[in-house]
Write a protein that binds this ligand. Structure first.
Ligand code: IMP
Length: 426
């Protein structure tokens, strides 16, 4: 296997964890490069379900190095909860490492996010996962945040506590929230230093250089998806990091020349959680059917996901901005009982009548765009036991071939169920 990035090609929840888990077999190291515990990655092995938020799912393999990279944000209590859950399940964590450059989500980041999201006067309600992601990245960029390495330097702590309090307390006060003292933050930081101590990788530069020389195979694990990217997604209804493949170069500690392959992951249909435009959304009984058959409820928040037909305009956009080299199509089996299946091939701008397959990035204009659909006949049989492409019904092959034509890269993996075994490699 080449050094590969696995990236969500939709709005997250595409089934990246399963694809990552499959590819991790052939990798030496798995690096999570952005986001935090807003992500919810589910892996099913031998009918046992494992849920991950921050820890790379590659940890299920004993011999893989799993690395939480510099581009991530870590909520210490949620991290500990995840760790304890894994230990309880008998998972060996000796290969889990955290970059000292990763940022810390402080309790006040959650306080602020809750206040902003619940403020009726706030026009930009994003429908976040309320894990403090936006406020943590905001402080990181404003240079008043905490990195994990700061926990082990008295001078850094002194400096950062001073500056973060100056920045955060006026904001907390403006929402009528409890402010923090120097002592509060010192106590928290000492506790966090203990939490992270077993996993912190202070020798990361030597190690990464060594792995590079040894030509270790790296799998870069993305969270969320291209359409939630802060630069390329449906801004402002996005997350606060860069899930696109380019984000792997920034958030992993390895530069872009290390990346050799980029696999996008798309469901055979679309879903989205939270606010924001979704042009192929189905608010009727078909959307409901997709939600029920596909179990489309958030792993992290339990929220029902919005569902819709496959949008090839989005897929083409993801291929472009993430430099995808192939696509994995997941949940194809969800269509087993559908008489007809639609694919959106382009949008019509109702103001001008213009039809285009380029994604309009100004989301506040999306109310003027209508999806143009083509209709495919459903295969109406159970494909969850199919393991070879040739054994798929012709109508399923036709659907996949058409997707490939539209997004102009090959499909490399097809998933027909949650288990590792329920996979077709091409
Ligand atoms: P945040 O990342 O919690 O700030 O949320 C920002 C937006 O990204 C919201 O619409 C969330 O629903 C969405 N989001 C964040 N993480 C995920 C994910 O793992 N899957 C799907 N949507 C996500």
């Amino acid at each position: 296997m080449k050094n590969t990035v696995v990236v969500g090609a939709q709005w997250g929840d595409e089934g990246k964890a399963k694809v990552t888990d499959l590819l991790a077999q052939n990798a030496d190291m798995i690096i999570r490069y952005q986001g935090g515990c807003n992500a919810g990655h589910t892996v099913v092995v031998d009918e046992k379900t494992y849920k991950f938020h921050l820890v790379p799912s590659g940890i299920l393999y004993k011999d893989k190095i799993c690395y939480i990279g510099p581009g991530t944000v870590i909520h210490p209590e949620m991290f500990m909860k995840e760790i304890l859950g894994l230990v309880k399940n008998g998972i060996d964590l000796s290969n889990l490492k955290i970059s000292p450059l990763a940022s810390i989500t402080m309790p006040y980041h959650l306080d602020i996010e809750n206040a902003v999201e619940n403020d009726a006067k706030t026009s930009n309600k994003i429908g976040t996962t309320k894990k403090g992601i936006g406020p943590t990245y905001t402080d990181k960029m404003a240079r008043v945040g905490f990195k994990i390495q700061d926990l082990y330097s008295p001078d850094a702590l002194k400096n950062n506590i001073f500056h973060s309090l100056n920045s955060i307390n006026p904001k907390l006060q403006s929402y009528g929230l409890k402010t923090y003292s120097k002592y509060d933050l010192e106590l928290l930081c000492h506790k966090y230093a203990e939490y992270f101590a077993p996993y912190i990788d202070l020798d990361w530069q030597e190690k990464l250089s060594e792995y590079k020389k040894e030509k270790k195979t790296i799998l870069f694990e993305g969270a969320q998806g291209v359409m939630l990217d802060v630069d390329y997604g449906t801004y402002p209804f996005v997350t606060s990091s860069n899930p696109i493949a380019g984000g792997a170069a920034v958030g992993s500690g390895y530069g872009p020349s290390t990346i050799e392959d980029v696999i996008g992951v798309s469901k055979a249909y679309m879903t989205r959680v939270g606010e924001g435009s979704f042009i192929t959304e189905l608010t009727d009984e078909i959307g409901e059917k997709l939600r029920e058959i596909g179990h489309e409820y958030g792993t992290t928040t339990g929220r029902p996901r919005r569902c819709g037909w496959f949008d090839a305009v989005v897929a083409k956009y993801a291929v472009l901005v993430s430099g995808l080299t192939s696509m994995a199509i997941t949940k194809l089996d969800v269509f087993d009982d559908f008489d007809e299946i639609k694919i959106c091939t382009a949008y019509k701008d109702t103001r001008t009548g213009k039809i285009s397959s380029s994604y309009p990035t100004q989301v506040f204009e999306h109310k003027f765009f209508e999806p143009i659909y083509e209709v495919h006949k459903g295969w109406k049989c159970d494909i969850s036991n199919v393991r070879n492409y040739d054994d798929l019904p012709q109508l399923a092959k036709d659907y996949l071939k058409r997707l490939e034509e539209l997004f102009e890269i090959p499909i490399s993996i097809i998933s027909v169920g949650p288990d590792r075994e329920q996979t077709i490699f091409l």
